[in-house]
Design a protein around this ligand. Structure first.
Ligand code: S3P
Length: 459
């Protein structure tokens, strides 16, 4: 059960099974790209089911500040909570110099992707976000952009925001991705739209391909060559205008993951999530869970812009696994909730080669370990991951074992939305315990409808 207080949630275990069908709001990564690429298109784009998360609204504000006309279709009787947006694309060279700093809020995706676009504009701009965002590394995008001829500086020798960009002419490059990062890749791809000639990016480990999918839809001269299953060469010829589009954003798999966890862990439960994104570069969690023995049914129903379908997650007896390192980037945003799931699995779960978790909205290795330890979970911090010894007996049901004598646990989200939501799910599953999760405002960074969705299921 959940009681909401100002900026905190009091959570106790759910005393019965959970059965229900839900939908989750539009995908955050796709929503960012829809706003950006709709803004650059030559014509009017229509987007339905756009995520109304704080991160995505920051992207809408950023492009409005750059002179793009973006309107939300007014809610009416049939559509009370309209998530339809119309963007009057400015064309590739139609953005205007912003008069003030662009606030990128908590969003790494907005900051890194828009930098690629601004580098190719013919004006000056400055980006700055909240204290968490301004502590996230930017050298990873500034280095390749400088190779393309961009003029960019940032705090601490270009490593952190605020970032100042003097847009101008760009040249094409060949770039081997030093880390698997869709944000870095997308930043270079967006800059490539403005560069002269062919930019080629080599990904040793393929990452989410939403930018590629949009650019193909928009008639951009882009070629993706799949060298090996997870190895890609992406070539983009700069200079051509992008077509506008009409799309419906699929439900966010990263938001769905919290409910997959509830369905798998709470005895006799089944949760169905409809219209959810099933892009393989996003759903590594499903593969890891299958290895753990999860009873899930996945049905693909649409494949136009992206794979979309239904996930059914039923209560399962899970066993610990060593997560194959090749799955890490396909489930990079799901490790906080994965750690919760592993806490209830039989035996040891090992996550390694996941050092990128240290530079997310929080140092997620530290924040996962700190919070799960407070619950009394056996978890070891590793340089590039963590190891959990799970215990299925902790789940709220008859004969559950008691964790320890501490009945009241107070946790901090560390300003990280996915940590906050994962800990609330943990609190909903545990017996003999009241959990207070503090600093939960951050949840609206990605999923303002989180509590409504949880309460709909457990009412
Ligand atoms: C994202 C890419 C990932 C992910 C982030 C969203 C994107 O970041 O963690 O939440 O939309 O491109 P990295 O590129 O840093 O891996």
């Amino acid at each position: 059960m959940i009681v909401l207080k100002p900026n905190k949630a009091l959570v106790t275990g759910i005393p019965r099974e959970i059965n229900g069908t839900i939908e989750v709001p539009g995908d955050k990564s796709i929503s960012h790209r829809a706003i950006m690429l709709g803004s650059l298109a030559a014509g009017v784009s229509k987007i339905d089911n756009l995520s109304l998360s704080r991160d995505n609204l920051a992207t809408v504000s950023a492009f409005k500040k750059l002179g793009v006309v973006i309107n939300r279709v007014k809610p009416n009787e049939n559509n009370k909570n309209s998530k339809k947006f119309v963007i009057n694309g400015a064309g590739l060279h139609g953005l205007k110099e912003p008069k003030t700093i662009i606030n990128t809020a908590n969003s790494g995706t907005l900051t890194r992707l828009i930098t690629g676009i601004l580098a190719g504009g013919d004006f000056f701009s400055v980006l700055s976000g909240d204290k968490y965002l301004n502590s996230r590394p930017m050298k990873r995008i500034i280095e390749p952009l400088i190779l393309m001829g961009a003029k960019i500086i940032g705090r601490e020798n270009g490593n952190y925001p605020p970032v100042a960009i003097n847009g101008g002419k760009l040249k094409s490059i060949y770039y081997e991705m030093p880390i698997p990062s869709a944000q870095v890749k997308s930043c270079i791809m967006l800059a490539a739209l403005f560069a002269e000639g062919n930019t080629v990016i080599y990904e040793k480990k393929a990452t989410r391909d939403h930018t590629e999918n949009f650019l193909k839809l928009q008639g951009c001269p882009i070629t993706v060559i799949n060298i090996k299953p997870a190895e890609n060469l992406i070539a983009i010829t700069g200079g051509s205008e992008l077509n506008p589009f009409e799309i419906t954003v699929p439900g966010d798999f990263s938001s769905a993951a919290f409910f997959i966890a509830l369905g798998l862990l709470r005895k006799n439960s089944e949760i169905i999530i409809k219209n959810v994104l099933l892009n393989e570069k996003r759903t590594g969690l499903l593969k890891a869970l299958k290895m753990m023995g999860a009873d899930m049914e996945i049905t693909v129903e649409d494949e136009k812009l992206e794979k979309v379908g239904t996930i059914k997650a039923r209560y399962s007896n899970l066993k610990g696994v060593a997560v194959p390192p090749e799955l890490v980037s396909d489930m990079i945003d799901e490790f906080p909730i994965f750690a919760v799931i592993a806490s209830f699995a039989n035996g040891i779960t090992l996550v390694s080669e996941a050092g990128e978790l240290r530079v997310k909205e929080s140092d997620r290795i530290k924040t996962i370990v700190a919070n799960l330890s407070l619950f009394g979970i056996k978890i070891k911090e590793l340089e590039d991951g963590f190891e959990i010894t799970g215990n299925p007996g902790l789940i709220f049901e008859e004969n559950s074992v008691k964790l320890d004598n501490k009945d009241f646990v107070v946790l901090d989200s560390f300003g990280d939305h996915r940590i906050a939501m994962s800990m609330i799910i943990m609190g909903l599953l545990l017996k003999n315990r009241e959990t207070e999760v503090r600093d939960i405002r951050c949840i609206s960074t990605s999923f303002p409808e989180f509590f409504d969705t949880v309460l709909k299921l457990i009412k």
